[in-house]
Write a protein that binds this ligand. Structure first.
Ligand code: SF4
Ligand code: F3S
Ligand code: FES
Length: 251
């Protein structure tokens, strides 16, 4: 028999539950070319996250609901989606913070081809990332110890080391929506991370790559990317710094 203490705790927890409606954009090319919006009503603690709600729907109601997730803790960057019209990580979005009194809309991020439900083709995004050479390039003899750097030099690119490649920035950029050819803010952030690293020797090369017609000059300083970044990276500022480095050739 359950103890009275347990009963009380359970009663308190259950009392916090609400009924929320999740309005999810569905697309399954194996069944139809049509996109539909489907409502799911679930009972859930509003202190849970949108990812918990999606799991609940998938596990209890519709196993075909398809979305990406891995770490569930804001690290892997795989569950960026458009929640109530704004790009967010489902695992970092609390239900109570997004007005659960109204239907909560969930749809895939924009500007990339939808493969199924909330899953998009990330390949063009990762291709732009690969194109900016997101790795340390050094010349000369192999060092016999680690390559040292002052605290000030490390600080120079600290912000852009925080990127988790979730694509929330690039897929919120109207320039990227237009034709998808623009490198996009995430690729520029990752170029910034190495251009301003005092140990790296390929800054000029990366700047030339971004001097392309689809490079940094396409940015119209819209700031959507900065607003969308779940890591709080000052994305637009990083893009501006890369533009300035292209003009002054100082980095
Ligand atoms: Fe995601 Fe921010 Fe990196 Fe863009 S800059 S990919 S929003 S973590
Ligand atoms: Fe796009 Fe961000 Fe520039 S939203 S236009 S990359 S400031
Ligand atoms: Fe990894 Fe959300 S599941 S960031």
């Amino acid at each position: 028999m359950a103890t009275p203490v347990m009963d009380k705790a359970q009663a308190t927890a259950t009392a916090d539950y609400i009924t929320a409606t999740f309005r999810i954009r569905r697309f399954n090319p194996e069944e139809s070319d049509a996109v539909i919006w489907e409502d799911f009503q679930i009972t859930i603690d509003p202190k849970e996250r949108v990812l918990d709600a999606l799991h609940k729907i998938k596990w209890d109601t519709d196993g075909t609901l398809t979305f990406r997730r891995s770490c569930a803790h804001g690290i892997c960057g795989s569950d960026a989606m458009r929640i109530n019209g704004r790009n967010r990580l489902a695992c970092k979005t609390l239900i109570k913070d997004i007005n659960p009194d109204k239907p909560i809309t969930v749809e895939p991020i924009k500007g990339l081809t939808v493969l199924k439900d909330l899953v998009v083709d990330m390949e063009p995004f990762f291709q732009a990332f690969r194109d900016v050479m997101p790795f340390l390039v050094t010349e000369g003899n192999e060092p016999t110890r680690e390559r040292l750097q002052s605290a000030e030099d490390r600080e120079r690119f600290d912000d852009t080391t925080k990127c988790i490649l979730c694509a929330a920035c690039t897929s919120s950029c109207p320039v990227f929506w237009n034709d998808g050819q623009y490198f996009g803010p995430a690729a520029i952030v990752n170029a910034h991370r190495f251009i301003f690293d005092s140990r790296d020797e390929a800054g000029e090369q990366r700047l030339e790559i971004l001097n392309d017609k689809d490079g940094v000059w396409r940015c119209r300083t819209t700031f959507n990317c900065t607003d969308a970044c779940p890591r709080g990276i000052e994305v637009t500022k990083a893009i501006q710094e890369v533009k300035r480095a292209l003009i002054t050739r100082r980095f």
